[in-house]
Design a protein around this ligand. Structure first.
Ligand code: HEC
Ligand code: HEC
Length: 202
């Protein structure tokens, strides 16, 4: 119920005031997926993108009911666009703009509530630091050794943090970064900290 109310409210808002134009019908969803993975995946779960972020709402859950109730894809696209243009904290403002915003909105509207997640739960990731980094950190951080290009958190190749710094940050989180203690085992946290400190900047 809550979601339908939210949708109706957002659609009225869109109809009522200048929010910078409506959803494009010529969006490039392949680009939308790339933008999603770089800018949104760290905070949102979306099965089709393989993302498991938990800072913001699960976008499959958020839009599944709306789809089942027959909301048009274009309507959902407008809701996503509105959220990008006028986000409520802690979702950052001005994250994506212009065509990228159109593309990512179209992509989310198309895939939300569809795909089945192929992301592994943390307990099945093992203790290889690189594997853990790719699954849990790459959507927010850039680190060449893991082919990661996220931009929500600092670029770790530039930061070159010490192992103890990474370990502490992963345990307690900070800002929009979630705490991983309890989600990752102590051995997994040590492994990822070692991987980051030994590979950053190389
Ligand atoms: C730093 C974390 C963060 C990032 C990055 C982020 N979001 Fe969010 N997002 C949130 C949070 C937290 C909320 C819930 C805000 C609230 O409580 O109103 C949210 C809400 C949303 C909603 C509304 C869902 C609902 O249940 O109504 C949509 C849609 C959304 N985000 C899409 C995106 C897209 C698309 C991107 C990338 C362009 C993105 N978000 C990037 C944290 C984030
Ligand atoms: C949702 C996005 C997100 C995810 C996921 C994420 N981080 Fe972060 N990370 C950030 C942000 C944002 C900051 C900056 C925090 C601040 O300014 O307080 C940060 C900061 C850091 C720092 C810098 C700490 C310092 O003292 O300067 C390290 C190291 C780090 N993260 C490692 C990781 C590792 C390793 C993982 C995976 C286990 C991870 N992060 C997952 C967003 C994220």
């Amino acid at each position: 119920m809550r979601k339908s109310l939210l949708l109706t409210g957002a659609v009225l808002l869109l109809a009522g005031c200048g929010t910078g134009g409506k959803a494009s019908s010529h969006a490039d969803q392949a680009n939308g997926q790339k933008v999603f993975q770089a800018k949104c995946a760290g905070c949102h779960t979306l099965a089709a993108a393989g993302s498991t972020g938990t800072v913001g709402p699960n976008l499959d859950d958020a839009f599944r009911a709306d789809k089942q109730q027959g909301f048009k894809q274009n309507t959902i696209q407008n809701v996503v666009l509105l959220q990008i243009r006028q986000p409520s904290a802690p979702m950052p403002p001005s994250l994506v703009k212009g065509a990228d915003a159109q593309d990512v909105a179209a992509y989310v509207a198309a895939v939300a509530g569809t795909g089945s997640s192929n992301a592994k739960p943390p307990s099945q990731l093992g203790t290889d630091g690189k594997t853990i980094f790719k699954a849990e950190c790459s959507s927010c951080h850039t680190l060449k050794a893991a082919a990661a290009t996220g931009t929500i958190g600092p670029n770790l190749d530039q930061l070159k943090p010490a192992q103890a710094t990474v370990q502490h940050q992963v345990e307690v989180g900070g800002g929009p970064m979630p705490a991983f203690k309890g989600k990752l085992s102590d051995a997994q946290i040590s492994a990822v900290a070692k991987f980051v400190s030994s590979s950053a900047g190389k």
